[in-house]
Structure formats: C-alpha cells, structure tokens
Design a protein around this ligand. Structure first.
Ligand code: NAP
Length: 284
C-alpha cells in the first residue's frame, strides 16, 4: 500500500513554525518583510504573486508588492532592487521569473543582495549550496527535503534519481540529496537508458515539465516518487508522473495537486524568516 505524502499538511506545519518565529521577532520589536517584484502581465506569475502575498499576510510577514509595467527598463528594475537592498524593513527580495524578454534575468538575479535572496538564485547562494554551507535553498527542493523528513524517509545510502537539471529544481535537488548522503544521478534530455536508470531509484524525483512522463514501467516496486511537475489539462491539474498507475508500485508518492506545490510557498516564508533572523544577528 502506498502512502500519499500530504504536501498541504506538511506545508501547514512549516507555516505554523514560521508564524511562531515571526511572532517571537515581533515581540523583540523586529518586523519581517518580503518584497515581491513582478514585471508585465503573465497570468501564471500574477497568481503566484497573489498567493505569496496571501501567505505573508497569514503569517504576520509584511509584504510589499511592486507590479511594474511590461515596458520597464533594465535600469528602472535595477534601481528598484538597489532601493530594496538598502531598505531596512525588507528582509527578502523576490523577482518573479520569467521576466519579459528585453530584460536581463542574470543581471537582475545578481543585483539582489545575497542575504536578501530568499529564492537562493544568486551565484553566491548557489555556490554555498554546492559546498553544503547555506542559509537559503531554492524553495521547491527545500520543500521536497522537508516532505521526505516529515515522512521519515531516510535518504542516507539510497539510490536517488532526479529527472531534470534546471537551476531552480533539478540541480539543487541533486545537491541536497547528496548532502543527506544519497547516491545521486541527475538525468536530462540527453540521458541514455533513462528507464533503466529510473528503475534503479529508491527515491525518484520528476522535474521534467512533461505531463505523466514517468510511467509505471520506469519505477521500482517500493520506490519513493516525488512529482514536481504542474500541468493544467482538461481534467484539472496533473504532474510529471502517471499517478494512477505509478502509485500502485510506490511506498510513498506525492500527488498533484496537494504535493510539492503547497511546499514551495511555505519554504519561501521560512527563507524570509531566516533572512530576518540573520540580518538581526539572531540564531536560527
Ligand atoms: P525546466 O527548466 O524546463 O527543466 C526541465 C528539465 O527536464 C530539463 O533539465 C530537461 O533536460 C529535462 N527533460 C526534458 N525532457 C526530458 C526527457 N525527455 N528526458 C529526460 N529529461 C528531460 O523545468 P523546471 O523549472 O525544472 O520545472 C520542471 C517542472 O516542475 C515543470 O512542470 C514546472 O512547472 C514544475 N515546477 C513546479 C514547482 C512547484 O512548486 N511544484 C516549482 C517549480 C517548477 P535538458 O536540460 O537537457 O533540456
């Protein structure tokens, strides 16, 4: 019998922890603030930003939203980031990606102060993840590690396979599993024998971006399967995993919706609290 990992419940526990942490800072006269920048009219980005604002409000985090027009120049965006970098009441800065094509994403990521980079996309934070000495981890992989821990799934010594090598999900996911002593393989579109590699996985993370890409014949009996994908189809949301058939073979599996998705915002809230504590020289 497979156990379905309830991302909503794990996220609620993380948020409760963050709420308490924010309250403790407030009692010391310290506020916690997150600035979210959105450029243009991308409907999915607007929904994500609205959800982040709602989560902040529920946990006592002050949220400032900067909705800039599509026509915003690189200079204008960098000037806003510089202002937020200086602003004492703002502990975390997030620039919603993707940016419109005329803006240089890399330059924008590099402009955010590493100590306020709650998405952990700045090269300094990426490097710190590599050496295992980090304050922030990108929210989606951080959320997956939290779910594994909440389900008492020990990564140590396990064969872990991550499908996908994006900077946001696949690569940091692989590093976090490695830091927990998993034996990690990261697969991508040029990987040969993907099915055979996946069949060896004790823990399989799918971050491919293709609906129901992972099928039951790719999964070992008793494996843990984590589904990062989000796809909106005719019958509602689905993930990168063929849940109906794969779940017949797994020991643990995350659903879509209600799996990895809710964790991402919860971990953003946690990163913002961590940033506030660091900036006020308080222990985590
Ligand atoms: P991405 O940047 O598009 O990366 C996809 C990865 O999958 C790439 O590394 C690509 O390989 C690999 N890939 C594509 N086709 C493949 C194939 N046939 N065989 C093996 N590997 C293949 O996507 P992402 O940003 O990592 O996101 C992945 C999925 O997670 C998306 O559905 C996204 O919407 C979702 N997501 C969800 C959350 C959440 O909160 N739940 C957060 C972030 C992302 P190459 O590098 O060779 O191209």
């Amino acid at each position: 019998m497979t156990e379905i990992i309830d991302g909503k419940a794990v996220a609620a526990a993380v948020k409760e922890r963050v709420k308490q942490g924010v309250l403790e800072l407030n009692e010391k006269g310290i506020t916690v603030g997150l600035a979210v920048i959105i450029v243009g009219e991308d409907p999915a980005s607007k929904v994500y930003v609205a959800n982040k604002k709602k989560a902040c409000e529920a946990l006592g985090i002050i949220s400032e939203e900067y909705a800039l027009p599509e026509s915003t120049t690189q200079e204008e965006l960098l000037a806003l980031i510089a202002e937020l970098n200086r602003k004492k009441s703002i502990n975390g800065i997030l620039c919603q990606l993707p940016l419109p094509a005329h803006l240089d994403e890399k330059q924008v990521i590099n402009a955010i102060l590493p100590e306020k980079d709650v998405d952990a996309f700045h090269p300094q934070n990426v490097g710190r993840i590599m050496i295992g000495d980090f304050d922030f981890v990108p929210c989606t992989p951080a959320g997956i590690m939290e779910m594994l821990e909440a389900s008492n799934i020990d990564v140590c010594g396990k064969t872990c396979v991550v499908i996908g090598r994006s900077n946001i999900v696949g690569k940091p996911m692989g590093m976090l599993l490695l830091h927990k002593n998993g034996t990690v393989t990261i697969c991508h579109s040029k990987t040969r024998n993907l099915k055979e590699i996946c069949l060896g996985a004790d823990i399989l993370v799918a971050a491919v971006g293709k609906p129901k890409f992972v099928t039951a014949d790719m999964v070992k009996e008793g494996a843990v399967v984590i589904d990062v994908g989000i796809h909106r189809g005719e019958n509602g949301l689905c993930g990168d995993v063929d849940f109906e058939n794969v779940s017949k073979k797994t020991s643990f599996i995350t659903p879509v919706p209600g799996g990895v998705g809710p964790m991402t915002i919860a971990m953003l809230m946690q990163n913002t609290l961590t940033a506030a504590k660091k900036q006020n020289a308080l222990p985590e």
